[in-house]
Ligand binder design. Structure first.
Ligand code: NAD
Length: 501
């Protein structure tokens, strides 16, 4: 029997999604809508408005008015208490939000316990940034030309921010953009992904319920072109904060150059897991690596270690353990607590991943998987967990971000080779190291060109910077650096006597 998620849509009372402009919810100017099809069943889940260029103009104008009208200079206490109230509302509505996410992107409810993708992590990010509001400012520096000069720096909010989200981790990524932007005194025009809109709209409703003033955050829904495109080229947007694919990230740099917007980019990766022969537990290394490539998001996670570099002494043991994990992954109705993973997000991504798998068959040894799942799951975009062994690091499946449940395993002989292979990629988002030798762990961690490195395990921390080296991005989200990225630094000078003027 094929699966259906429609009863959950009814139970949640899903309504049509609207735009939020200047505090008013409403349809787009021309009434156009997008119909969302569920990735696991292809069922029609619901509709939301597609913003026109004129709607985007209105949203940017509302954000500008709210910025100049007071949000930028609002009391610190107003912003702090709003953000803490919001974090608590998120926690209270965690179950509802997880269910909406399951309707959006089919991430199973069972995955909600993983901290990185949980509503709780998003709430912690909001609380964390509330803490910076009254702690980050400029400096008063010793005057270079003597004591009768004042030399100071001010930190000021950048202005109107276009925040553009991907579909795969809407809670965390919403919080990582919206919380520091609002905390710094910026106003926002938000564009959720067209593949995860309903859960984000509910997050916005809760922000309004927490007391958000009109126009401080506005929402324009719809696909990248035309909605995102209208934002990244808009003359009155000061900064674009984007999380998504490298291709769109590069396009944003080009398209925003006309007005030299500030740009933050969180892009993709081809992160290595480096498993040394002295790994304390090879089975756990395989679980951590293959788990990230298969469980929950089916490998559709930016920082998943989709490239395993494994010392020849533990190579067969690692592959055997990874294949065991692959065999244990379950698929189906995301509301079923026994389901551990998801389909690919849409038919386009399904075709793309199956294309990479075909290519992989000529680039390595297919250990397991490589197929589209059929039977009860035939209406969904499900692909079985796939391992290619004996892959050369220069192969396509070892170099390109596949964004699916595909692991490429590359053997190595010594530490020098491992470091060279790990860094032999255009990306630099993350890396995992598995070794019992503490000195080696830090020695190698220092040599890897990646933004986040997990030693014998991995976790997301709301207060640590996260982002990419090389083509994995520009800038960092999380922590103080994220807050500062929503500010401009201004130098202010004043001679203290008339003689010096
Ligand atoms: P995507 O690039 O297709 O879309 C991301 C967002 O950009 C969506 O809202 C989309 O509508 C919008 N968009 C598309 N074209 C646009 C255009 N021309 N102008 C403006 N906006 C446009 O990515 P996706 O499939 O939603 O997400 C997957 C990608 O995101 C992967 O590459 C993944 O690695 C990356 N990602 C990175 C991080 C990180 O923190 N580094 C986190 C999650 C996902």
């Amino acid at each position: 029997m094929t699966i259906t998620v429609l009863p959950h849509r009814e139970a949640l009372g899903l309504k049509a999604g609207q735009l939020l402009v200047g505090g008013q919810w409403g349809p787009g100017r021309d009434g156009a809508t997008w119909t969302h099809h569920h990735p696991a069943t292809s069922e029609e889940i619901g509709e939301f408005a597609v913003a026109t260029a004129a709607d985007v103009d209105d949203a940017v104008a509302a954000a500008r008015q709210a910025f100049e009208g007071g949000w930028a200079r609002s009391r610190a206490g107003t912003r702090i208490s709003l953000l803490h109230r919001y974090a608590n509302l998120l926690r209270e509505h965690a179950d509802e939000l997880r269910a909406l996410q399951a309707l959006d992107n089919s991430v199973p409810l069972s995955f909600g316990g993983i901290y990185a993708t949980s509503v709780g992590a998003a709430a912690d990010v909001v609380d964390h940034h509330a803490g910076w509001v009254d702690k980050i400012g400029g400096e008063t520096l010793p005057a270079y030309q003597g004591g009768d000069h004042l030399a100071m720096t001010f930190r000021e909010p950048i202005g109107v921010v276009a925040a553009i989200l991907p579909w795969n981790a809407p809670f965390l990524l919403f919080a990582q953009k919206v919380a520091p932007a609002l905390a710094a005194g910026c106003t926002v025009v938000l564009k959720p992904s067209e593949y995860a809109t309903f859960s984000v709209l509910r997050m916005v409703e809760l922000l309004v319920e927490a007391g958000l003033p009109d126009g401080v955050l506005n929402v324009v829904t719809g696909p990248g072109d035309p909605v995102g495109e209208a934002l990244i080229t808009h003359r009155d947007v000061d900064k674009v904060s984007f999380t998504g694919s490298r291709a769109v990230g590069k396009h944003i740099v080009e398209a925003s150059a006309g007005t030299l917007k500030r740009v933050s980019l969180e892009l993709g990766g081809k992160s290595p897991a480096v498993v040394f022969s002295d790994a304390p537990n090879v089975g756990l290394a395989a679980m951590t690596t293959m788990g990230a490539v298969t469980l929950g998001l089916s490998g559709q996670a930016c920082v998943a270690n989709t490239r395993a570099l494994v010392h020849r002494d533990v190579y067969d043991e690692f592959i055997g353990a990874a294949a065991g994990i692959a065999a244990a992954v379950t698929y189906g109705d995301p509301f079923d607590p026994g389901v551990l993973s998801s389909p690919l997000v849409n038919a386009r991504q399904l075709e793309r991943v199956l294309g990479y798998i075909e290519q992989g068959k000529s680039e390595g040894r297919l250990v397991t998987g490589g197929e589209r799942l059929d039977g009860d799951l035939a209406n969904g975009n499900f692909v079985s967990p796939t391992i290619f062994a004996d892959v050369d690091n220069s192969a396509t499946v070892a170099q390109e971000e596949i964004f699916g449940p595909v692991l490429a395993v590359v053997p190595f002989d010594d530490e020098e080779e491992a470091v060279r292979l790990a860094n032999d990629t255009e990306y630099g988002l993350g890396a995992g190291l598995f070794t019992a030798d503490g000195q080696r762990a830090f020695r190698v961690a220092r040599r890897l060109k990646a933004g986040t490195i997990g030693i014998n395990g991995f976790q997301i921390e709301p207060h640590l910077p996260f982002g990419g080296f090389k083509q994995s991005g520009l800038g960092r989200e999380g922590g103080r650096s994220a807050f500062e990225a929503y500010t401009e630094l201004k130098s202010v000078l004043m001679p203290l006597t008339e003689e010096l003027m």
